[in-house]
Design a protein around this ligand. Sequence first.
Ligand SMILES: Cc1ncc(COP(=O)(O)O)c(C=O)c1O
Length: 467
Amino acid sequence: MNGQFEPGARLPSTRTLAGSLGISRSTVVEAFDQLAAEGFIERRTGSGTYVSPQLSGLGAGGRAERPPSADPRRRPARRMRLASAAPTSLSETFAGRPMAFTPCEPDVELFPHRLWARMLARHARAPKSWSASPDPAGLLELRQALAAHLTLSRGVTADPDRIIVVSGARQAIFLCAHALLDPGDDVWCEDPGYPEARTALAFAGANVVPVPIDDGGIDVNAAERLAPRARAAYVMPSHQLPTGIVMRLRRRLQLLDWAARNDAWILEDDYDSEFCYDNRPLTALQGLDDRQSVVYIGTLNKITYPGLRLGYVVAPAAIADALASAAVTMSLSVPLAVQAAAADFISEGHLAQHITRMRGVYGERQRLLIDELDRQIGDAIRPEPISVGMHVLAALHGISAQEIAARGVARGLDLRPLSGYAETSVPGNAIVLGYTHLSQERIRSAVRVLAQTLADAHTAASQRPST
Ligand SMILES: Cc1ncc(COP(=O)(O)O)c(C=O)c1O
């Protein structure tokens, strides 16, 4: 197929091939039989074996004629514009354990896996998990447990009938985009913001409108000028990724007012605000919404472990059924045994206990990270302590964030420049540092490697001829 043998070309004999490849002749005969059966080669008695002349013009042999730009990676994928702030490819990012400083990674070692496995096993053995045709919105017991948990912990107005269980926040965004928007609808997105959400929205056909943010959150006035007829806004009011900004109350009310006046939806992504280190986080925007505009999106994948794949949507009552049936159409469901085990895990208090424990651990890790950056690096890096969430933002002085990110990859550091989260804005020179999955020892050693990386970059910069 790659044109190495032209159609009509004679192939070496099975004996010659076996000799030159150092394999048994029967293996070559078998391969030739298979190729002949599939029509790639022809045997001519007394003459030999030939590449089938009929393949001419059908791709075989013709590949080389393609212009060099026919690189499959450059084919325009319909709607799908893969966006990520990671400096590495997807497969590198997900190979093995997360790299140092990858944002939003929980410490999976500290999750009570034994207890979880017992709960899972209990439900995996129960016939109810095998045979029931699943409720489109998710297992009732889980929706009840989630409703109680969200009301208490996030001030969300949640009754089980308005909850739809999905595999995570990204799937929830994707589901909402498909079910609530028409192709071409404008959607406001904070800029800089979460690239994967923009991808999910665009993949569903929405037109992503990047909107600037300031220290109060999304700039609603600017958004109204940019896309006055937007049908939705995707926001992270409790802890904006990547800036860490918490949306101020006035801005929350302004956004809610805009949505109600324009019959628009607010997709509230509340992905990591359980981890608050000072006092209670601001309650969810959804709790302030008395006009049913907010679709609240949450995930257990950051609290527990990323492989769990369990998240949820709390929808306005009027659209809960529509979202559930869209989820059925898209066949979005989480195995019943996992849902049942999660219901027990939440209602027996283990989730709340785990959150409390991790809050203590992550708070200490953030303090250690900031101390170590100061002690080992000093003025070249200035982290902003953040009272919520799983990452800090650190401003760099003297070296560009992109250069440090590129140098970091080779040393096992996943340093994400702030600019990687931006669409049209020009954010400052800073990197996002995830620390929650790093033990204290790993934090110290990762900062040591970062210090070395920065020192090397400074040395290289000082040796560059000035222009
Ligand atoms: C802002 C934001 N939302 C959602 C998610 C994804 O959550 P899930 O794994 O449940 O899809 C992430 C993941 O890092 C995130 O940063």
